[in-house]
Design a protein around this ligand. Structure first.
Ligand SMILES: NC(=O)c1ccc[n+]([C@@H]2O[C@H](COP(=O)([O-])OP(=O)(O)OC[C@H]3O[C@@H](n4cnc5c(N)ncnc54)[C@H](O)[C@@H]3O)[C@@H](O)[C@H]2O)c1
Length: 526
């Protein structure tokens, strides 16, 4: 699994490294390490005391050791001391762990910022300006070797933090290409990448008028930044809103979108951008597939479920009173942009639903993802999302039109969907899938396909993410009927996706009813 690089902020004293680092860490929900503070804590004395009692050499040695130590870790925002990256070995160590950013500032402003500072032993001189200029002259050449530079003169901490995040977004964007029968498209994943949608869409050759489809919940939060980025890149965006909720994933809503596209002047050369969760992706995708016989589609997923599942693979659909997703099409996007920062505003229940799909991805095709989640991964970090996306991409590439292999994505869904149906969709999809995953594991054990540890590990992991592993109320026979009649109604055979091990599943139609009933009986909470 690709690791999530550190962000290392360095630069001369007074350029704002610590404050900016703290702000960047806060915004990206990362752990922050201020090297100077950590050295003080570990040494049990302040840096001026360390200089006075042990000498500068001792302090530099602490810095060197800490650089080596932090270089082995990932996912941090690190503010270094001003001189910490002057030695090449320190620069190299931290440089290989992530992105190095050097903050600069005009000498006059540095003096102003440090006017009150009494904790800077190197500035303990009569003429501070002269000292700063001399030190800067000595260090300038080394600082200039740091690949990314930001001039902080006249900028607030927030403004500098924004630039750092933007830089990280630009540099640390992971791209995954997806091959389809119609060509290929790219998924761009990175912190802050939503603010670069315009430029990415342009790179895909899109132009002109575009429709940004969203709902009020997501639109209020993210549409303004996307609109700004689209305008900057020369697009003329029209924001098209639909009400929030699965209840509106209907042909009526699609029809209202057609109206908005026509009023917004969207023609065959434009594009539809879907900004939201799976409901928006499905609705906007279906509208894009059918408006003027199809216009390009860009998926901008903002829920965990949409990021790792719904936005990838080209399936788009709306619901019919007789069933979910009954009216649909295959519509491959031109581009998918995944910005995990959007998850910071997602509700807990929605997040849990998404985790069920991430865990499912681990069981289907990535033991390392599963193990990572078992270890420490309960933050939706970029590497986790990337790994779950890779699982989905590998499957849809193999089976773009859902003729075979793609069925494995239904792991946990045969049971889960029946529970959802019986509850009249009051049970959340992710919760139903969670119980369904355990049911699939138990069924596999009963058939001798996998060993007991699979169910134990799966149930423990789901519980850790606050997901249910048992169901209430319904009789096992009712659940069976719901599974069987739903499939029959759709003209499909009842088939089960069952785990053989973590990371390996099989699809089978050979599951005796008695086994299913027994499994359901055991999973029923009394
Ligand atoms: N096409 C596919 O391959 C595919 C695959 C899986 C699921 N789906 C479909 O996806 C839908 C479920 O998607 P979902 O779970 O994303 O639900 P959703 O789209 O309804 O989003 C859940 C809620 O979160 C809100 N929201 C979205 N992003 C937010 C953010 N960043 N901050 C705050 N609130 C935010 C939404 O407005 C909504 O209220 C279902 O209709 C399902 O059929 C499609």
């Amino acid at each position: 699994m690709s690791e999530w690089a550190n962000i290392v902020i360095t630069g001369f004293m007074g350029t704002g490294k610590s404050k900016v680092g703290l702000e960047v860490a806060r915004r990206l929900s990362r752990e922050f390490v201020d090297m100077d503070t950590l050295i003080e804590q570990r040494g049990g004395m302040t840096i001026p005391e360390m200089f006075a009692q042990r000498g500068e050499g001792f302090f530099r040695q602490q810095e060197r050791q800490l650089c080596q130590e932090l270089a082995k870790r990932r996912g941090l925002v690190i503010a270094t001391g001003g001189g910490a990256l002057i030695p090449e070995e320190n620069r190299q160590a931290l440089g290989t762990s992530g992105l190095l950013v050097c903050l600069n500032c005009d000498v006059g402003e540095i003096l102003q910022r440090l006017a009150q500072a009494e904790d800077r032993p190197l500035l303990d001189v009569a003429d501070r300006r002269e000292r700063i200029e001399t030190m800067l002259a000595q260090r300038r050449e080394v600082y200039s070797r740091i690949p990314h530079q930001i001039d902080t003169t006249g900028l607030t901490v927030e403004e500098v933090a924004e630039r750092v995040i933007r830089l990280v977004g630009e540099v640390a964007v992971e791209k995954i290409a997806v091959r389809t029968p119609m060509g290929s498209y790219e998924i761009h994943l990175g912190q802050g990448v939503l603010a670069r949608v315009g430029e990415l869409a342009r790179q895909q050759g899109l132009r002109g008028r575009v429709a940004l489809v969203t709902n009020p919940t997501v639109g209020d939060l993210y549409a303004p930044a996307v609109v700004v980025s689209l305008r900057k890149a020369g697009f003329e965006p029209a924001v098209c809103q639909v009400p929030d909720g699965e209840a509106y994933k209907t042909l009526d809503t699609v029809s209202s979108l057609y109206d908005q596209f026509i009023i917004g002047g969207l023609d065959r050369y434009g594009a539809v951008l879907a900004l939201g969760g799976g409901v928006i992706g499905d609705l906007a995708g279906f509208a894009a597939a059918t408006y003027m016989r199809g216009v390009p589609l860009v998926q901008l997923p903002t829920t965990l479920l949409a990021m790792v599942d719904a936005s990838i693979g080209g399936k788009v659909a709306v619901d019919h009173p007789r069933g979910k997703n009954l009216i649909g099409a295959f519509k491959q996007p031109e581009l998918v942009v995944i910005d995990p920062l959007a998850l910071s505003t997602l509700g807990e229940a929605e997040m849990r639903s998404g985790w069920a799909e991430v865990i499912k991805a681990g069981v289907i095709g990535s033991p390392s993802l599963f193990e990572h989640l078992e270890g420490k991964g309960d933050e939706p970090s970029l590497p986790l999302i990337i790994e779950a996306v890779r699982v989905k991409v590998a499957i849809v590439e193999e089976d773009p039109y859902e003729k075979g292999r793609r069925a494995v994505l239904n792991l946990g869904h045969t049971f889960g969907h029946a529970l959802e149906l019986l509850s009249g969709f009051t049970l959340r999809h992710g919760e139903a899938v969670s119980v369904g995953l355990v049911a699939a594991a138990r069924t596999a054990i009963a058939l001798g396909l996998c060993d007991e540890t699979v169910e134990g590990r799966l149930a423990a992991l789901l519980q850790r993410f606050g997901l249910p592993t048992r169901y209430k109320v319904y009789e096992p026979r009712e659940v069976w009927e719901a599974m069987a009649t739903d499939k029959k109604r759709r003209g499909k055979k009842l088939r089960f996706v069952l785990p053989r091990a973590i990371g390996q599943v099989v699809v089978t139609g050979q599951v005796p009813k008695a086994v299913v009933l027994e499994v359901l009986e055991k999973l029923r909470e009394r």
